[in-house]
Design a protein around this ligand. Structure first.
Ligand code: ZN
Length: 168
């Protein structure tokens, strides 16, 4: 069991210490993301480091792994999707720096950055646009004609009677 992460980090202190954090965020803490999913039960594993960047701004780099329950586009039932991504963001960088570096920025509030918000934004962007069960797996939820046929035969009372008769 990994440690629970804080939501807020004082980025100046963290980057001067080049700190490293790892832990989990419960999905139900991320309400915007949860609204897009079929279940709010999941643990999101996160690790990240603070550092100084060559652009005279602090930076946070991290890695996120989550198994999220998304609606299958074929049968509309939940399908588990592994989402794994890296992020790299400058903190409070000007538009100019963002253009030169090609790295996005996030903005601090009262000297803090909200790591939960960062992870939530990244996962929303990283969600697959179309999620599907593996080929054939939708059938478990979606009875196609073959399955229905087999089931009908099995439960056909006349067939059951016929078998009983043959036995005696
Ligand atoms: Zn499906």
């Amino acid at each position: 069991m990994q440690a629970k992460l804080n939501r807020l980090y004082q980025f100046k202190k963290e980057s001067s210490q080049r700190s490293y954090h790892e832990g989990v965020i419960a999905l139900d803490e991320l309400s915007r993301l949860t609204e897009m999913l079929k279940s709010d039960q999941a643990e999101i594993q996160v690790r990240f480091t603070f550092s100084d960047s060559e652009y005279d701004r602090s930076m946070v780099k991290g890695h996120v792994i989550a198994e999220l329950s998304i609606e299958c586009q074929r049968c509309l039932k939940p399908v588990l999707q592994l989402v794994e991504l890296d992020f790299e963001l400058l903190i409070d960088a000007s538009d100019n720096i963002v253009q030169i570096s090609g790295v996005d920025t996030l903005y601090s509030e009262d000297g803090n950055i909200d790591v939960f918000d960062v992870v939530e934004d990244e996962l929303i962007l990283g969600l697959p646009l179309v999620a599907l069960h593996e080929s054939g797996r939708c059938n478990e939820y979606w009875h196609v004609s073959d399955d229905v046929q087999t089931e009908t035969d099995r439960e056909n009372p006349f067939l059951v009677l016929k078998k009983l008769k043959t036995k005696h």
